[in-house]
Design a protein around this ligand. Sequence first.
Ligand code: PLP
Length: 468
Amino acid sequence: MAGSSESTPPPSLALFASPDHLDPELQSFLEESSFRLCKWFAQAGKSGPLPNVNNFPNVAPSLKGLSGQELLSDIQLIMDGSYQPSHPGALAHLDPPPLTASIVADLICAGLNNNLLAEELSPSLSRLERDLCQWFCQKIGFPSISGGVAASGGTLSNLMALVVARHHANLQADPKAVVIASEESHVCLSKAVRVMGLSDDSLQRINTRENGHICLEELQKKLSILKSEGRKCFAIVATAGTTVRGAIDPLEELAEIARSQSIWFHVDGAIGGIFACAKSTSPLLKGINLADSITLNPQKLLGITKTSSLLLVANKNHLLSTFSTGLPYIEPALENPHGGEMGLQGTRSGEVLKLWLGLRQLGEEGISHLLKTSIERRIYIQRKLDSLKISVLGGPLHIISCTPRSADDLNSEHWSVITRKKLLKHNFMLSRPKQNGRFYLKIVMGNPHTLKSHLDQLAHLLNDSVVG
Ligand SMILES: Cc1ncc(COP(=O)(O)O)c(C=O)c1O
């Protein structure tokens, strides 16, 4: 039945899988769905990263439930209208094509429908989460008492890290308590301080240098000023891989400053942290092991299907002491705390499954290859851009942002809008970030389908977009 035509509908699809026998209708429904997904991938190169069609299915349930075939037709419309990360020109964001093993694990995960809230609701998956976090901690060079928890995205991992940091500093009752990060840190930190009920100026952003690194002198000055004002700082956040240019803050220096003032040191490694997990690229993240906590987003470069983020902490007891409330409606945990006691979320899917299977599929060599080749593609296109016409914001990772050298802020906006449209006509999708009033086109080299020939064409179009 696999790969068969779409004209043989499953006659009647059971609402729930039989606990007694293998259900051929369910099997053919899953096979047909897989076939449609494979077709969707296979056609990715034929159009662009953004869909042309906009035929949308009915949203409300009809009076009588739909047949399997009708459901597949509905879902096909959503697939046809979806962003296509497998197109080689999909270079706008940190959203690469999914690893094939990760897709399968996502499907199995949905079928298992286990719950990471408690051990008894996810015996093997809870253990997998603990063990996999340990593996990441060990790769990063954290001590043996370290551990972590999976979360639905980097925003949540960063929020949890700040909640832990504030709890550690015992500043929960201080709405004026401060977090320090660079001006190029991710906007989710602003969200975090709002959610935490802190005052608007609780996130103090420090200017960056030319290279996108937080300015250490300004940071030191800021700490002195805060002290003189009687304001307490409970976390210094380093960004390992900034969103617009992939810059990495000086981790060792920041760790030393934080340690000398007994302040929690968090590394937002949503973009760059993963580079610490391969020998070939780990020198870029020197000092990351000095952090108290780290956010990693394997969903970004490794192609683990969304969402996949981890919060790792140097001492896992901090997670427990911050988030544990007891779970009075669940059997007591035996050896290890329940997953629901280690973080903010209660019910969670076993999304660690797709991370684990994806890593198993890649192997250490595959992980290293993905990381290294993404940097190589960035270096390749950066060399192809005409430096007399185009100014580039970059770092050591796989992201660059460019803007015409001659443009002022207003012209840069006009250029970015026109050029993005033109590039889309050639099936290249870039994003259009704004930094310090200036618009850029950002290229993220996380797509393994992008070849040198594509990069040659893209560089040519970008060079041509700037006159003079
Ligand atoms: C540096 C950085 N931190 C945090 C985040 C937030 O991660 P998420 O979108 O998974 O919530 C992003 C997102 O791009 C990011 O670039």
